[in-house]
Structures are given as C-alpha cells and as structure tokens.
Design a protein around this ligand. Structure first.
Ligand code: NAD
Ligand code: UDP
Ligand code: UDP
Length: 311
C-alpha cells in the first residue's frame, strides 16, 4: 500500500484516478483548490478511511509525506483556462515547481499530466512524441499550452539536475462521466445541447478534427505509465487514434440521443488547432497499452451519464 498524492483530484480525470488508486488498495491524498473541480466528484470516496481531501492551491508550497505524486492540477477547458490566464500559467509552472520540490525532498516518483496542446496547431500529422510543436506564444491558448510546455521542461530539468524520478504523459482529448455539464468542451457541449433540444454550436466549418479517448482507457494508460520500468520517463502520447471532424461528432451525438437539435455555425476561436491525432506506438511498446473503447460506445455511456445528471 502506498500513500499517493493526486493534485487536481477533484476534477474530471483526477476523480477517476483517485477511485482507481483506492481500488488498488492505496491511500489517496486528493489536493485541489476546487477551481474547476467539484467536491461532488469525490463525494462517494469521502467515507473511505484511505481517502483524504485537502483544499489547497498548488501555486503555494505544500509539505506532506507521500510515496508518489500524480500532478493533474490545472484547468483543462479553454473557457476555464482563459478565464484567468495568468493563474493558469502559474498553476502549471509554479505548481510543477512545488510538486517537483516535494518529489525531490521525498525522493519519490512523480507523473505529469501534460497535453497534446504542446503540439499546438500541428504541421505534422499524426503527431509522434518527437514532434516539437507549433504554438503561438502570444495567443489566447498560450497560457495553457506554454504553461504545460514549461512544466515539461521543469520535469526534465529536475530529472537531469536532481535525479527526480519522472513520468510525463501527453493526454489527448478525453471524455466521459463526471465531465462538468458546463465545462465548455466539445463533447459535453454537444451532448447537453442535444439532450436539451438546443442548437448544436459548431465553431468554424466543423471540419477541424480531434481524436477522443474514453476516460477508462485514459486512466489505465496513466496508471501503467506511473508503474512503468525505471528509467522510462516519456513523454508518451496517451489517446485514441480514431480521428473525427466536429461535424462527424455532432452527427454521432444526434444519432445516439435521437435529438432533433439543429446545427448552428459560430466563428472559430483564435488559434484553434485544425487537426489532432496521436501516434501511440511508444505507449504500445513501453506500456502494452492501447485504447479499447471506441467513440460510439464511449459516447453512449457518457450520454447515459449526462441524462441521469440533469434529470
Ligand atoms: P478539470 O478541470 O476537471 O480538473 C482539473 C482540476 O485541477 C480541478 O479539480 C481544479 O479544481 C484543479 N485545479 C486547478 N487549478 C488548481 C490549483 N492552482 N491548485 C490546485 N488545484 C487546481 O480537468 P481534467 O480534464 O480533469 O484535466 C486534468 C489534467 O489533465 C489537467 O492537468 C489537464 O491539463 C490534463 N489534460 C486533460 C485533457 C482532457 O481532455 N481532459 C487533455 C489533456 C490534458
Ligand atoms: N517545496 C514544497 N514542498 C516540499 C519541498 C519543496 O512545496 O516538501 C517547494 C518549495 O517551496 C520550493 C519548490 O518546492 O519553492 C522547489 O523546491 P526546490 O527544493 O527544488 O527549490 P528551492 O527550495 O531550493 O528553491
Ligand atoms: N468546439 C465546437 N463547439 C463547441 C465547443 C468546441 O465546435 O461548442 C470545437 C472547438 O473549436 C475545437 C474542438 O471543438 O475545434 C475541440 O474543442 P475543445 O474545447 O473540446 O478542446 P480543444 O480545442 O482544447 O482540443
């Protein structure tokens, strides 16, 4: 049994991770400032004696005793990370420094939840880990993208300079139950709009693509990476290579919900990446991991969750 710190543990992915780690018999210290996370996400874990919730902002130092750290604290949806962009960069950069300082003092392993956004609006398709990315440093997405890029730099410098045992994971768009209904991300937006009979908001012409990973697959990849062989640091892509346009996604959501919602075309936000698909050869080779849940099955489960959540 290990005592494991999960920063951002009350968020969408963090809450699933806390649950998984408890199921494996560990103690979990969930650290979250509840900016985008919600206590209700971990409400069902509160009675577990091996679970502890600590309201804390990772931009401040934290002195606790743990055996492992998963660093997930950071808003992930554009509307949330653009709400207070300076705080977003601080969370990624200063948050990483504090979590790495903690890992260094305790001589423990630490995993960083990085993102496919480090590739920006990619000129190479699909994206292998060796692609260095194309990010507009002064655009409205940069607070997130550059914060995450700098966090990766800090992870590798703490590894080289202080021998910290690191694992870096580049997460591609993930969806599933416990996404906030008003999170603003495309999957939750389309499902909520379809269920309420509202117009489906397509940004731009809807021909931009994303590759969507179901949350259970993602958590399995994250767990395997944390427990991978010593010396394997990543970065490693974790995502589902199935690539869809936003129009295709809207069609699928309309078909599964049976909704009569109409499509409404709105302007494309600045710097919105046109395409995104992971190369997952490294995850297959090092972690024996590949996604199992394809989009239709994952959407069906997610739609059932949202129906229940809003009823
Ligand atoms: P989320 O917004 O649901 O969760 C983020 C959590 O971090 C929230 O609980 C929030 O309250 C907490 N948080 C934010 N700032 C904090 C701070 N300063 N101190 C402490 N806690 C703070 O988002 P998510 O989808 O669960 O994302 C989790 C992690 O995975 C993030 O680091 C995100 O960048 C990364 N990621 C997610 C996706 C995805 O598609 N879901 C894709 C790429 C990367
Ligand atoms: N830190 C922390 N908890 C710890 C150890 C360090 O929050 O248990 C913070 C510490 O406040 C510092 C940061 O992590 O700001 C980086 O620590 P490091 O030891 O690398 O740097 P230094 O303290 O030498 O500036
Ligand atoms: N998008 C959309 N309608 C929405 C929300 C998002 O068409 O209501 C588009 C958005 O412009 C982007 C894609 O869907 O091209 C994915 O957006 P999301 O915010 O989910 O993730 P990210 O852009 O960070 O990959």
């Amino acid at each position: 049994m290990k005592r494991i710190l999960v920063s951002g543990g009350a968020g969408f992915l963090g809450s699933h991770l806390c649950e998984r780690l408890l199921n494996e018999g560990n103690e979990v210290l969930c650290v979250d400032n509840l900016f985008t996370g919600r206590k209700v996400n971990v409400h069902h874990l509160m009675d577990n004696k091996r679970f502890e919730f600590l309201r804390h902002d990772v931009t401040f130092p934290l002195f606790v005793e743990v055996d492992q750290i998963y660093n997930l604290a950071c808003p992930a949806s554009p509307i949330h990370y653009q709400f207070d962009p300076v705080q977003t960069t601080k969370t990624s950069v200063i948050g990483a420094i504090n979590m790495l300082g903690l890992a260094k003092r305790l001589k423990i392993r630490i995993l960083q939840a990085s993102t496919s956004e480090v590739y920006g609006d990619p000129e190479i398709h699909p994206q292998p880990e060796s692609y260095k990315g194309s990010v507009n440093t002064i655009g409205i997405r940069a607070c997130y993208d550059e914060g995450k890029r700098c966090a990766e730099t800090l992870f590798f410098d703490y590894h080289r300079q202080h021998k910290v045992d690191i694992k870096v994971m580049r997460i591609f768009n993930t969806y599933g139950q416990r996404m906030h209904p008003n999170d603003g991300r495309v999957v939750s937006n389309f499902i909520m709009q379809a269920l309420r009979g509202e117009d489906i908001t397509i940004f731009g012409d809807g021909m931009q693509t994303r590759s969507f990973c179901y949350v259970d697959d993602l958590i399995e990849g994250m767990y395997r990476l944390m427990n991978s062989r010593p010396g394997f640091t990543g970065p490693v892509n974790i995502g589902n290579p199935g690539e869809f346009t936003m129009l295709e996604l809207a069609e699928k959501v309309l078909q599964i919900t049976g909704s009569k919602s109409k499509l409404k075309f709105l302007p494309l936000p600045q710097d919105d990446p046109m395409q995104r698909q992971p190369v997952i050869d490294l995850a297959k080779k090092e972690l024996g991991w590949e996604p199992k849940v394809q989009l239709e099955e994952g959407l069906t489960k997610t739609i059932a969750y949202f129906k229940h959540a809003i009823s």
